[in-house]
Design a protein around this ligand. Structure first.
Ligand code: FAD
Length: 520
């Protein structure tokens, strides 16, 4: 007999893992072993636009976890099924019986397909005499807990955020962390069936998701909860180093410390500057659950004198607010499931008239739009699978409002490219940008790409790093070489001319949004 914890690609950690802890607790009570199951499904990854960088990050973390589980005499069984809809049946009627398990523990994932999978698993479990426990773990406050005074779900971030922080201060148990699992008795290894599981290898790639950049990414995004904790500590407690981190290890401690305050202390301004290394860089770890949001908030809370409820007046206050966006967008997705089915939150914007221009879409993806800040961000995305928040907004806004291309094309491309790809956050970010989301800002918020560029990359270092054609340019020319340089000088750069005119495209976007549903 055994108890099984089915680990998902969003709970890749041992510490503070609710389902793992509950499974371990029960297994100890009954005196029978705990087994960890992980299901790889290329078919599922394909349909959900997973990036090869994310799959590689997951496999690297699984290898790290395997070592740690083995230290606790807990085997990890890897199953692989291409056909994702078959997974519940395979798990309930084949894998669990083969492990002699009558109890399955999982952490809930709130995306529609994942919820359907879990409902199917619970139903099949009932038919087969298997008890399936689905637990809340991903968020600090489970979806549905925070409601308006009239008992309705809230869709506007600011009041929701205040209620979230207040709840956490009044009911701090939400931040309690689950104890790590206890070790299995070492006699598990004398059982042939279980002993074989200890010999299973974690594959080094998933077919169709091979990642040639794996070694480089390992340096930039090292795997494991210990590394995530180091990143958290670097962000909250240490002074920034004198390095210009763009595509090197963030944990490189060789460089000189600057005289500045810690990153979090400067976060209010730093978070919008991409020519430095100012944010936590924890998103791949939070998205894959390598570190929990409770773990990071408990540390932030210490810096806030034990209270989370407060405004934007301090760097750490602002950061806590940013972390709460993660809960918020998951709450939106769980409450209005249409957002994870390709629908706008505001249905009235379902019929905006989009352009269909393959060349423009490709130029955006390749970082060849002639707008240096967009091109730098898109090239950074391709190379390291990650962008700073400000340039995610700038490049997303450029696709939607300047090129007038459907935001869902951008949403898909980001998911296919990011190491931190996460449906709720990515969809929330795109719908915010496309003015189709929960944000009360009207549709006429249209970023001026060049002004944004000067503000977020004031030294131009970000553009010069990612767009080598412009590496020798200074001043305004680095932000807008086409208009700031003599034509013959510009031609020598080998850099594209702007593919759209900002002013004209702004007018087009305003017209299309205003006349939604009508043809020009
Ligand atoms: P920090 O500034 O240090 O913030 C700490 C953590 O808070 C982040 O790691 C993240 O978990 C959370 N967070 C911060 N801002 C947001 C936000 N706006 N929405 C949700 N969570 C947030 N984030 C993802 O994790 N995955 C995505 O796929 C993703 N796609 C995005 C797409 C667009 C168009 C936009 C505008 C934003 C997107 N974000 C996404 C949110 C945000 O840009 C990243 O979380 C952030 O840049 C990651 O850097 P960091 O870890 O250094 O963040």
């Amino acid at each position: 007999e055994s108890f099984v914890y089915w680990m998902r690609m969003e709970d890749l950690r041992i510490e503070d893992n609710t389902a793992l802890h509950k499974a371990s607790e029960k297994a100890q009570d009954f005196g029978i072993p705990l087994i960890v199951l992980f299901v790889i499904s290329p078919g599922d990854y394909k349909i959900h636009d997973r990036s090869n960088k994310k799959i590689d990050f997951i496999l690297r973390n699984l290898r790290d976890l395997k070592t740690k589980f083995h230290e606790l005499n807990i085997p990890i069984h890897i199953a692989s099924y291409d056909r994702r809809l078959q997974i519940p049946r395979r798990v309930i009627t084949e894998i669990l019986p083969s492990l002699g398990a009558k109890h399955l523990f999982v952490n809930i994932e709130y995306e529609v397909d994942e919820l359907r999978r879990d409902i199917a698993t619970v139903k099949l479990g009932r038919e087969s005499g298997i008890d399936v426990r689905c637990l809340h773990d991903r968020l600090v406050v489970p979806p549905g807990k925070i409601k308006s005074q009239q008992g309705k779900p809230m869709s506007v971030f600011s009041p929701w955020q205040r209620a979230w922080a207040k709840l956490l201060d009044q009911q701090p148990h939400y931040l309690n962390m689950s104890p790590s699992p206890k070790a299995n008795d070492k006699s598990i290894k004398s059982n042939d069936k279980f002993n074989k599981l200890f010999e299973e290898d974690i594959p080094d790639h998933v077919e169709g998701f091979e990642c040639p950049e794996s070694e480089k990414l390992k340096e930039v995004w090292p795997e494991g909860t210990d590394k995530a904790k180091e990143l958290l500590d670097r962000f909250l407690h240490t002074k920034p180093r004198q390095t210009q981190f763009q595509f090197t290890s963030p944990l490189n401690t060789g460089a000189e410390e600057s005289q500045k305050e810690s990153r979090v202390a400067q976060y209010q301004t730093g978070r919008n500057l991409v020519d430095g290394d100012n944010s936590s860089r924890l998103s791949p770890y939070l998205a894959a659950g390598v570190i929990s949001a409770r773990m990071v908030l408990n540390e932030a809370k210490k810096l806030k004198g034990g209270k989370l409820e407060s405004g934007r007046d301090t760097g750490v206050g602002m950061w806590v607010q940013e972390v709460s966006w993660r809960d918020f967008y998951n709450h939106v997705m769980a409450t209005w499931p249409r957002v994870s089915m390709g629908r706008p939150f505001l249905e009235k914007f379902a019929d905006v008239q989009w352009e269909t221009n393959e060349e423009h879409l490709q130029a955006w993806k390749d970082g060849r739009t002639g707008y240096p800040i967009v091109d730098a961000a898109m090239r950074a995305c391709k190379a390291r699978g990650w962008m700073e928040n400000r340039v995610r907004m700038v490049s997303a806004s450029f696709l939607v409002k300047s090129l007038m291309l459907d935001w869902r094309l951008g949403e898909k491309y980001f998911m296919e490219s990011f190491i931190d790809g996460d449906l709720a956050a990515n969809n929330g970010g795109w719908q915010w940008t496309a003015s189709t989301g929960t944000d009360p800002q009207p549709f006429f918020r249209i970023f001026n790409t060049l002004t944004q560029s000067e503000k977020c990359d004031p030294t131009g270092a970000y553009i010069r790093y990612w767009v080598p054609e412009l590496k020798n340019l200074k001043g305004k020319a680095v932000h807008d070489p086409f208009h700031q340089m003599p034509k013959n000088e510009f031609k020598k750069l080998g850099y594209p001319e702007p593919i759209v005119d900002h002013k004209k495209s702004r007018e087009r976007a305003l017209f299309r949004y205003k006349n939604v549903g009508e043809k020009e």
